[in-house]
Write a protein that binds this ligand. Structure first.
Ligand SMILES: O=c1[nH]c(=O)c2[nH]c(=O)[nH]c2[nH]1
Length: 304
């Protein structure tokens, strides 16, 4: 009995691309997940082993990254139209292109106006916090004598599009990492902080909601304002900033995955990548973890 090849399509899915516009100190970023699906005269590819009509998925991936440099990303829609037209208009066997794009939106991190901590705020041109998705956490324990409160947050995603370097590290025969003097620093913050509050008689509870907002703000400000030579250094700055500003907290523990953004090599397409087009890898990732606590305080926040 004959079988019939029905609908089919192919392409590179989930191209994670970050395009940075660095024309001034106020950077702009576009963060997209682009999936390409092509269809057309592809029977032979499936039936005979001839790939004469097959534009490799690898090429579709390269095209996405190259177009981000060549044409820029004004909007996901305009970018998708440019890509779709390109694949169909330039490849005779390809009759249809479907480009699906998810766009992740980012807000700018604001820090207090340098002229006053109380009036207004100013944005940091290269520091961003991703919209939505963050979760507030808390863990309360009581052993009949004292209360222990560990509050926290997870999935707070932040990015600096400059002011991050990483160099001068150990090099052995397995080292291939290139030293970086201007890289993207991005992480998904998991933080837990312990309150000195012990629930003793007459002891007032901190304003938990206010405290949460302030701790979060101090971590964001420290992330944005630290010129970083490692994520470890940024971690320390974030923890220290909280302890310096929030008397009710005596220990901070941070887990910071290094969300790597790799510069895409556009040389093969005759294009120069001047720290503008990145591939946002989701794994593997460096995981930087550490506790900062007040002197004399015995740290208790468990290692995850
Ligand atoms: O900030 C960093 N810390 C590291 O320990 C490390 N290791 C690495 O490969 N890249 C980075 N970046």
């Amino acid at each position: 009995m004959a079988h019939v090849l029905g609908q089919n399509q192919y392409g590179k899915a989930e191209n994670r691309i970050v395009r940075v516009y660095r024309d001034s100190t106020r950077h702009e970023i576009k963060d997209l997940n682009v999936s390409v699906a092509l269809s057309g005269d592809l029977d032979d590819v499936h039936l005979t082993g001839s790939n004469a009509n097959c534009l490799p998925t690898d090429t579709t991936k390269n095209t996405v990254f190259a177009f981000a440099k060549e044409y820029g990303i004004e909007s996901a829609e305009a970018f998708g139209i440019t890509l779709a037209r390109h694949f169909v208009d330039n490849n005779e066997p390809i009759h249809r292109a479907r480009i699906r794009i998810e766009e992740y939106t980012w807000d700018r991190i604001r820090t207090p106006d340098s002229s006053s901590r109380f009036i207004g705020s100013e944005e940091v041109g290269h520091s961003f916090v991703r919209n939505g998705g963050e979760v507030r956490t808390s863990e309360i324990s009581y052993d009949g004598e004292s209360v222990q409160v560990i509050s926290g947050l997870k999935d707070l995603v932040v990015m600096n599009s400059t002011n991050s370097e990483f160099w001068g590290y150990i090099k052995d025969r397995y080292t291939t990492l290139q030293e970086a003097y201007d890289r993207i620093l991005a992480t998904q913050v998991t933080a837990r902080w312990k309150y000195s509050f012990r629930g003793q008689e007459g002891e007032a509870q901190p304003n938990w909601n206010r405290s949460y907002q302030h701790v979060r703000r101090h971590m964001l400000e420290a992330f944005a304002e630290t010129y970083s030579y490692s994520l470890q250094q940024t971690l320390h700055a974030m923890g220290t900033r909280v302890l310096n500003n929030r008397a009710e907290v005596d220990e901070v523990r941070l887990e910071l995955p290094n969300k790597h953004h790799f510069l895409v090599d556009l040389e093969p397409f005759g294009l120069k990548n001047e720290n503008e087009v990145y591939y946002a890898a989701d794994r593997m990732y460096g995981l930087i973890e550490g506790t900062v606590h007040r002197e004399g305080v015995v740290p208790v926040i468990p290692v995850a």
